[in-house]
Design a protein around this ligand. Structure first.
Ligand code: RB5
Length: 138
């Protein structure tokens, strides 16, 4: 079965999200759907609820800084959300932290770097090994 990849943003991440959805056509878009102001926790929880219900699925969240979405998502047990502004961090949060949600700072990174982050995040496996018992402690 194909892994489901959900994406959601607030208004500050809406434009980046639209471009990413055009580029990665299999992303499942949970909103927001315009530049109108919304509250990032509503979209964070909408996405984490899907990720938790669909075993093995991943999520991508975008707000202005990436911090609000990270705080909200990480309140949910079973969610490991990592904020990345470079492809290298996107790779490391999969390898070391087994992140199941990638958070992007929409107002502080270029669209091309965001595409690279998503590509690497989706391609990279958790390394297990010395990282496993640390992740188990979360
Ligand atoms: C919205 O203006 C902004 O506060 C939000 O996108 C985010 O950066 C919060 O952490």
């Amino acid at each position: 079965m194909e892994k489901k990849i959900y994406i959601a943003s607030d208004h500050a991440g809406y434009e980046m999200k639209s471009k990413l959805c055009d580029y990665f056509q299999t992303l499942i878009d949970l909103g927001t759907n315009s530049n109108e102001r919304v509250d990032y926790p509503d979209f964070a929880y909408k996405l984490t609820s899907e990720v938790l219900q669909n075993n093995g699925s991943f999520g991508i969240l975008i707000c202005g800084t990436g911090v609000g979405m990270s705080i909200a998502a990480n309140r949910e047990k079973g969610i490991r959300a990592g904020l990345a502004n470079s492809a290298e961090i996107a790779r490391l949060i999969r390898q070391h932290n087994d992140a199941n949600v990638l958070v992007l700072p929409g107002r502080f990174m270029k669209d091309e770097e965001a595409k690279k982050c998503i590509q690497i995040f989706l391609e990279t496996e958790f390394e297990n090994g010395r990282h496993k018992h640390r992740v188990d402690k979360l």
